[in-house]
Design a protein around this ligand. Sequence first.
Ligand code: ATP
Ligand code: MG
Length: 250
Amino acid sequence: MHINHIGIPSDHPRAKSLYIRGMLVNGFRRGLVVPEGLIAHGRGEAYDYLIGERTTKTAQRAIEAAAATMLLSSRPVISVNGNTAALCPNTAVELAKVAGAAIEVNLFYRTEEREKAIKTELELHGAKNVLGVGSKAAARIPELQSERRRVDPGGIFTADTVLVPLEDGDRTEALIKMNKKVITIDLNPLSRTSRAANITIVDNVVRAMPALVEAARKLSGTTSLKKITDNFDNNKNLQESLEIIRGEVQ
Ligand code: ATP
Ligand code: MG
C-alpha cells in the first residue's frame, strides 16, 4: 500500500477526494487558503458526489465553449483565488500560456500577505506577470463594497473575458454588468455565479482546469471557434447538469 506525502493510503476508497482535501489543508497552512475556503470546498464536494466525481459530457461541452471563447477574446484574464491556487496552480499558469490570457490574483477575503503568497505560488509554477497584487489593484468594480471590488486596471478591469473559478455571486453579477464575458467553474449549478455567468463549467476545478488546457490546445488555430461559442446555451447546459444530479441523464 502506498501512502502519499500527505498520509492518505492509495487504496482508501475515497483516496482522491481525501487527497484534494489534503491539498486545501496544505494550502491553508501555507497561507494561500482562508478557513472560509475550506467550507466552500465542502459545498463543492457535495455536488461533486452528486455528479459522480467525473467530467460529464455536459461539462465537457462547456469546457470547449470556454476554451473557444478565451481563444476568441482579445484580453482574457484568469482570476485566481486561494482555493484555485492551492488546487491547480500549474494548470492555471499553463492555461494562461495556451489561451494567451493574463493571470490576476483576486480575493474575496483580501490581505496583502495572502495575495503575495498566491503570487509566489503561481510564479513557482512558471507565471511571469501576476496581476492584481498590492497597489497594482488600483481600479474598482462598480457596485461592490470595500476591498472586494479592487481589481487591476491592466487586468480584470479592462478584460473582455474573465475566467472566475469558484467565484461569489455578487462579484460575478458585477462583472457581467461591466459587459464582460464571464466563464466560471462551479460544481453547484444552482449558485448565483452559475446562473449569472455566460459559460458555467459544472465540474471540479481539479478536473476542469487540465481539461480546459487540453481543449484550448486542441482548438487553437482552428476555424470552428465561433461556431462552438454560437452553439452553446448556458441555461440549457445548466438544466442538463440538474438532470444529471437527479439521475435522469448520464
Ligand atoms: P454564490 O455566491 O455564487 O451564490 P455560494 O455563496 O453558495 O455561491 P461561494 O462560497 O460564494 O458559494 O462560492 C464557491 C462556489 O464554489 C460554490 O458554489 C461551491 O460549490 C463551488 N466549489 C467549491 N469547491 C469547488 C471545486 N473544487 N471545484 C468546483 N467548484 C467548487
Ligand atoms: Mg457567495
